[in-house]
Design a protein around this ligand. Structure first.
Ligand code: PGA
Length: 256
């Protein structure tokens, strides 16, 4: 049984003060919910504060939104895995489509980061997904397979067990346009099949594949009910503590 993983990707939002206010409301709303894994990815500037606030909270985990693959050194403006580990960060989102399109991250770059994350004990959440033009051109499977093989090149079976994949169709991110549950399920099933081909069947059965792209309280249940959807990566709706708590509640509702 794969435990569902619900992650809040705050992107370039939330000051330290706003993060604190969010957590106060969110923790109250969500209660001590351990049936799903809850993850919060604040911007770097709020990581330290959120880490402190979550120190005694055993059911919400911390993620970073990006990192550089190098060891400490002369890389102005960058943050590496060692720095994240010091703050008890558990996950790191890598290869988000905004990183790929706005900051030029190729599969090769994402792969270096995934390798570095595993080497230092961080669990990567690796994002993949097609653009609208690629979907319209019937290239979804081709794009997903290329991203899986490229971003996860040289990752061992053991490391795959500590990896999460996030399927985020680029056209659904921040657009209010969600993939239908069957479109999402189809892509997730293809991703799982590809993982079985590249690694093995057991790895494919164990790996968690999140859906991301305009997930909200009112579309959570039907998406999370799909057999190959193991959680959500949530942007916009994760900025409101009540909206994110509703996503958690509606996912847990399926497990009751
Ligand atoms: P969204 O973002 O929920 O605002 O569509 C999802 C994401 O980019 O991870």
């Amino acid at each position: 049984m794969r435990k569902k993983i619900l992650a809040a990707n705050w992107k370039m939002n939330m000051t330290v003060g706003e993060s604190e206010a969010f957590l106060e409301t969110f923790l109250q709303e969500v209660g001590e919910e351990k049936r799903v894994e809850i993850v919060i990815a604040p911007p770097f500037t709020a990581l330290s504060k959120v880490s402190d606030l979550l120190r005694d909270v055993q059911y919400v985990w911390l993620a970073a939104q990006n990192m550089h693959w190098e060891k400490p050194g002369a890389f102005t403006g960058e943050i590496n895995a060692f720095m994240l580990r010091e703050l008890f960060v558990r996950y790191v989102i890598l290869g988000h489509s905004e990183r790929r399109t706005l900051f030029g991250e190729s599969d090769e770059i994402v792969n270096k980061k995934v390798i570095a994350a595993h080497e230092s004990g961080l669990k990567p959440i690796v994002c993949i997904g097609e653009t609208l033009a690629e979907r319209d051109g019937n290239m979804v499977n081709e794009v997903l397979e290329r991203q899986i093989r490229g971003s996860l090149a040289k990752i061992s079976v053991k490391q795959m067990d500590e990896t999460v994949i996030a399927y985020e169709p680029v056209w659904a991110i921040g657009t209010g346009r969600t993939a239908t549950p069957s479109q999402a399920q189809e892509a997730h099933a293809f991703i799982r099949k590809t993982v079985a081909e590249v690694w093995n069947k057991e790895t494919a059965e164990n790996i968690r594949i999140q859906y991301g792209g305009s997930v909200k309280g009112n579309n959570t249940a039907e998406l999370m009910a799909q057999p190959d959807i193991d959680g959500a990566l949530v942007g916009g709706a994760s900025l409101d503590p009540r909206a994110f708590a509703e996503i958690v509640a509606n996912t847990c509702g399926l497990l009751a």
